[in-house]
Design a protein around this ligand. Structure first.
Ligand code: SAM
Length: 283
């Protein structure tokens, strides 16, 4: 069952956290001239119009990217993310993870974008501009294992499933373990929702998944969370997190001022907060 559509959620607080991290990670990879590969296991359609029926139904962007773009901000990391979003935003669009990545790839870099939904892949394929980017209509959990280790062996994998089914948490862990067994030095970024008890059996499942990640044979595991409100019963998705496996040196210090400035901007009540924790610190 594939009923999830990211168009309802594009530009929300979860996307802001995810894409801020994504841009900063790509920037770190681009500090060396050596090529890198960007792998997106769950790409979505790539670009989202703020005028679509779905976006206007929920208006989730209003409490996410709209607040940020309207604010005067000072953190260099936050301003960098805003500058990448700006050309899309001016066209009344929000760039999903593939559009953000493709806007950053240099001549020597390459991309692999995967998406399972037949409508979404149709839209995603419109982003294809050069041969260095491969777009696959396939299961991203299977694909990330089959396509690793990539060539070059330097890059970022973004894992951003819809978490529609409770079983996706286990599938994610198994696929990630298998991919890491084949490619230990890759940077892996895993987005996850923080859900209140309203989400029934899925509440707490993200936290349980994150707790298992330090057991993987990797150099480091960094957990970054941003909650926009108190975790009260009816909050739904009250925040989200990004786990970064093999995070670049000092990534925690780099992102700290951005989250310090972003959290009050996205807050919907006084329970908003953020955290940055090494679950496995680099040696
Ligand atoms: N990463 C995108 C971004 O940041 O713009 C958003 C992705 S959205 C949260 C999740 C996407 O995964 C949906 O488009 C859904 O159709 C797709 N999907 C669901 N199951 C999948 C699977 N097993 N493999 C690949 N894509 C899948």
């Amino acid at each position: 069952m594939l009923s999830y559509r990211h168009s309802f959620h594009a530009g929300n607080h979860g996307d802001v956290l995810k894409h801020l991290c994504q841009i900063l990670l790509l920037d770190k990879l681009a500090t060396k001239a050596k090529p890198y590969v960007y792998i997106d296991t769950h790409s979505g359609r790539g670009l989202y119009s703020f005028d679509s029926e779905q976006a206007l139904k929920t208006r989730e962007f209003d409490s996410g990217i709209t607040r940020l773009m309207a604010a005067t901000t000072h953190s260099p990391a936050l301003n960098r993310y805003k500058s990448v979003v700006a050309p899309f935003y001016e066209q009344n669009e929000y760039p999903g993870s593939p559009a953000l990545a493709l806007s950053q790839l240099r001549e020597q870099d390459s991309g692999i974008l995967m998406e399972l939904h037949s409508d979404e892949i149709h839209h995603l394929k419109r982003l294809q501009r050069h041969e260095r980017v491969a777009i696959h209509h396939r299961d991203g959990f299977e694909g990330v294992v089959a396509l690793t280790p990539p060539n070059p062996k330097r890059g970022l994998v973004l894992i951003d499933p819809p978490y529609e089914q409770a079983s996706e948490y286990g599938t994610l862990f198994d696929a990630l373990s298998d991919a890491i067994a084949r490619w230990q030095t890759g940077v892996y970024a895993i987005w996850y929702p923080l859900l209140s008890v309203r989400a029934k059996e899925k509440a707490g499942m993200s936290e349980a998944l994150v707790e298992k990640l330090p057991s993987l044979p990797v150099k480091s595991v960094l957990d970054i969370r941003l909650s926009v409100c108190e975790n009260h019963e009816n909050a739904g998705m009250f925040g989200s997190g990004m786990v970064i496996i093999n995070a670049p040196w000092q990534f925690d210090e780099h992102i700290y001022p951005a989250l310090e400035e972003l959290t009050p901007l996205l807050a919907t009540d006084s329970g908003a907060n953020f955290s940055i924790n090494w679950l496995k610190a680099p040696e």
